[in-house]
Design a protein around this ligand. Structure first.
Ligand code: F0G
Length: 457
């Protein structure tokens, strides 16, 4: 008999989680203004809000914490991390930051000006926030197929080359760089193919534009290239990562994802001009250049995490768990962004709650229903997250409206995943009875989904 798949680790430390009653959850959620970010973590049974900073570190990472060098300047942990980053990415210039958005803040302070246009594939919300708050435009050039959640495409995170070329022709002088997000989080944790990265690089060269990778989940992207793209099956994840980064001028990194640390990030680049300009913003915003917002011990754990996070077994265990949830949802005929992505399942709320008008935020309504059902915290990646158009101030109802179930790395077992699937099925079975959503009571101008206050209609 063929042996079933099992995790490539065993568990050494555990943390209790608590179930709650529906009455409790109704009170808690009302007090939280129906915003998942406002709940206390102890009010959550299974937390799928994000896979960011929520993974379980390995014994090697915890051991590294003890050997971190806490010197203000020139810490050994900085140089060890810098060497690891260079070995994995090929970028020789490195600036640590406290997380991914801090890397964006530092680098974009140097590169982005009012009136600029930055084309890319579904900029993540903090990336978009850092562009729009500087008076620039984040131009989404993702392939149209990504908007059809039923389509099964191996690389649904890709950049549409025609859209990109049109943007380059139209805005030439206004484009400081092109950004590729790997994997494409907003489109459903969907990967970008090596072929697509290569094509973007060629086009960028023609227009003499640099290319920046938003690399939060680059290792998952490399895993998909290995499994789905011709010619990569026999390459290691590290070899694939090196080739990917070969098509970029630099990267911003949220290390809280594929490097499996609770906090950390960085900028790495081959360009001296980017490095010199960004350094000037690192010191006031983040800290001195050899720690940039991280403790020495955090840099030490990050170096190990980068190494482990780019091992095939780590990625296989992780992505197979996401697939496992996908298969359960298939069994129950629940629609989600297909095929299953790297870090999460994105449930297509417009298809599930088709009786809830767009203006009443169907994905947020589904997120609320799932929490009330079983204390499972998902995250709306939809019309709330999309913010208002910076010019017209209208809500942006054009894109997808998804409930993201992000799976933390090495944190939950497949029993937890079974509970998630069953709870979602219960909501799905009574979907016809859900006809009203939520209205906004209070919202911020940018990145409103973190603090928005809602009420049930
Ligand atoms: N880029 C991508 C693609 C991301 O997914 C994130 C964060 C960031 C940049 C910013 O990094 O959080 O370290 O400042 N994504 C988290 C998420 C928050 O839940 O998807 P950060």
């Amino acid at each position: 008999m063929e042996l079933p798949f099992a995790e490539a680790y065993k568990i050494k430390m555990v943390e209790p989680v608590r179930r709650s009653t529906r009455d409790e959850r109704e009170q808690w959620l009302k007090a939280a203004h129906y915003n998942m970010f406002q709940l206390k973590a102890e009010q959550v049974f299974i937390d799928l809000l994000t896979d960011s900073g929520t993974g379980a570190m390995s014994h090697r990472q915890w051991a590294a914490m003890m050997t971190g060098d806490e010197s203000y300047a020139g810490a050994r942990s900085f140089f060890e991390l810098k060497d690891t980053v260079q070995a994995i990415t090929g970028f020789e210039r490195f600036i640590p930051t406290h997380q991914g958005r801090a890397a964006e803040n530092v680098l974009f302070s140097a590169l982005v000006r009012a009136g600029d246009v930055i084309p890319g594939n579904s900029h993540f919300d903090t990336t978009k926030g850092h562009i729009e708050s500087r008076g620039a435009t984040a131009l989404d050039c993702t392939i149209d197929e990504a908007r059809d959640t039923c389509l099964e495409l191996p690389f649904k995170g890709n950049v549409d080359m025609q859209k990109l070329e049109q943007a380059l022709a139209q805005y030439a002088e206004k484009i400081p760089f092109i950004i590729i997000t790997i994997t494409n989080n907003t489109a459903g944790g969907q990967p970008v193919s090596m072929e697509n990265m290569k094509a973007v690089r060629c086009l960028a060269n023609r227009y003499q534009k640099p290319v920046l990778f938003d690399s939060a989940r680059f290792a998952e992207n490399a895993y998909f290239i290995k499994m789905r793209e011709d010619g990569y099956r026999h390459k290691t994840i590290k070899e694939i990562a090196r080739e990917m980064f070969g098509y970029a001028d630099g990267m911003t990194m949220s290390a809280k994802k594929d490097a499996i640390v609770n906090m950390g990030g960085f900028i790495a680049t081959r360009r001296a001009d980017w490095f010199e300009a960004a350094k000037n913003f690192c010191i006031p915003y983040e800290g001195y250049l050899t720690y940039g917002g991280m403790a020495g011990r955090d840099m030490a754990a990050l170096a190990v995490g980068l190494d482990e996070g780019t091992e095939f077994e780590t990625l296989e265990t992780r992505i197979k768990q996401v697939e496992y949830l996908g298969r359960k949802l298939d069994e129950y005929h629940i629609p989600y962004q297909r095929p299953t992505g790297g870090h999460a399942i994105f449930v297509d709320a417009l298809k599930v709650l088709s009786n809830v008008p767009k203006e009443e935020f169907p994905a947020q309504t589904l997120t609320i229903e799932l929490y009330l059902e079983a204390g499972i915290r998902g995250c709306e990646i939809g019309y709330l997250l999309a913010d208002r158009d910076p010019v017209t101030r209208e809500n942006r109802f054009g894109g997808l409206d998804l409930l993201r179930l992000a799976i933390p790395r090495r944190t939950y077992t497949n029993n937890h995943i079974d509970v998630v699937a069953a709870a979602l099925k219960n909501v799905f079975d009574r979907r016809e009875t859900i006809t009203r959503g939520v209205r906004i009571v209070k919202e911020a101008a940018y990145m409103r989904h973190f603090t928005v206050e809602l009420e049930l209609i």
